[in-house]
Design a protein around this ligand. Structure first.
Ligand SMILES: *Cc1c(COP(=O)(O)O)cnc(C)c1O
Length: 360
């Protein structure tokens, strides 16, 4: 068996030890005689898996006691509608900072439920940077301010937490959750699909501050009403049990790695291998402003389409896969989430050097 170095943007690479443990436990979880997939979500076995996952996640995030952890379904895209339904309350509008494809989608979807204002945009810069905070035209009466902490397609990431005063900050962290320590208390709500940095698709994490619960519009489906789910420990309906189990194994793996500060140091080292090379090699172009470069998704371009195709082919022959850039931007994108080992990034950097020397 050979495992490729998998640079997929998502669903993405998971720690090999987690996959091995899941394989070992596939037919019989801890002597229960069942796979986790086959367990009642209300039985004591699954309840213990859920409780452990929540405890480990709270520990990793240093979660303040006035925040709830919800394991829901619907994905990041679902949350774009579910969050305005839950947080609008008696307000009229929300503010969105548009930094690329994902924030644009959130803006568009929110418009179905609220007056959604684009309070800043980097569109004129082709979404290659984060608009500076002093250019944002925030409305003090907005229900919340939406940001995307890491634009998975554009490779643009916040390296600071915006101050939004008394207006709650909502962050889509689908592609950088658990990649670095965060001060949860600076946010009203954080959401993330699991499949980039946390587990398989099918589970969506929501961290929400207590005082924001109970504002859902009457049209909100019960299964997506944060207060109802919080009151029922994410068990108002059947939660995505297997995805929660795998995410729980990932949380334990993260603790073994030394937690989020250790993860950030590791991720910085990995990203530097690529960015230093991109900066030193005119053959490659990195479109993103240096101060806003993502530690998770590294997009870059080669001089021509033909060279890009040849690059991808050569990478595949060397066991490096899913490097093709998103169809909307082209080029190459290397996603180097927590579970991508530094050896994989080093192998890519070595290949990039070799390729540029041959073709540059
Ligand atoms: C992948 C992604 C999403 C979409 O998640 P789905 O699970 O496909 O709905 C949303 N936001 C960001 C930043 C993403 O990377």
């Amino acid at each position: 068996m050979t495992r490729a170095y998998n640079f997929s943007a998502g669903p993405a690479v998971l720690p090999e030890s987690v996959l091995r443990q899941a394989a070992d436990e596939m037919l019989d979880w801890h002597g229960s005689g069942m796979s986790v997939m086959e367990m009642s979500h209300r039985g004591k076995e699954f309840m213990s898996i859920l409780a452990q996952a929540k405890a480990d996640l709270a520990e990793l995030l240093n979660l303040p006691s006035n925040y709830k952890i919800l394991f829901l379904q619907g994905g990041g895209v679902g949350m774009n509608g579910i969050i305005p339904m839950n947080l609008l309350g008696n307000k009229k509008s929300i503010d969105v900072v548009n930094t690329g494809s994902w924030a644009s989608k959130s803006l568009k979807e929110a418009k179905k439920y609220a007056k959604a204002n684009e309070v800043a945009t980097s569109e004129p810069q082709h979404y290659t940077c984060i608009p500076p905070r002093d250019t944002w035209k925030l409305d003090p009466d907005a229900a919340y301010v939406h940001i995307c902490s890491n634009e998975t397609i554009g490779g643009v990431q916040y390296h600071w937490v915006p101050d939004t005063g008394s207006v709650p900050l909502v962050a889509d962290m689908s592609s950088d959750i658990l990649s670095r320590p965060i001060d949860v208390s600076r946010y009203g709500l954080i959401f993330a699909g699991a499949q980039k940095n946390m587990g398989p698709s099918g589970m969506t994490l929501v961290l929400v501050r207590d005082d924001l619960l109970g504002r859902a519009l009457p049209i909100t489906p019960n299964a997506f009403d944060f207060k109802q789910q919080a009151d029922n420990d994410s068990m108002l309906n059947t939660p995505p049990t297997y995805a929660i189990y795998i995410a729980g194994l990932v949380y334990q793996w993260l603790k073994k790695q030394g937690g989020l500060a250790a993860m950030e140091a590791h991720n910085r080292k990995k990203a530097a291998l690529l960015y230093d090379l991109l900066d030193a090699t005119p053959f490659y172009t990195s479109p993103v402003a240096r101060s806003d470069r993502s530690l998770m998704n590294v997009p870059f371009t080669l001089p021509t389409e033909e060279l890009t195709t040849a690059f991808l082919q050569g990478a595949k022959e060397r066991g490096m896969v899913q490097l093709k850039g998103h169809s909307s931007v082209g080029g190459i994108r290397a996603s180097i989430y927590n579970a991508m080992p530094i050896e994989g990034v080093q192998a890519l950097a070595d290949y990039m050097k070799e390729f540029a020397a041959h073709h540059g």
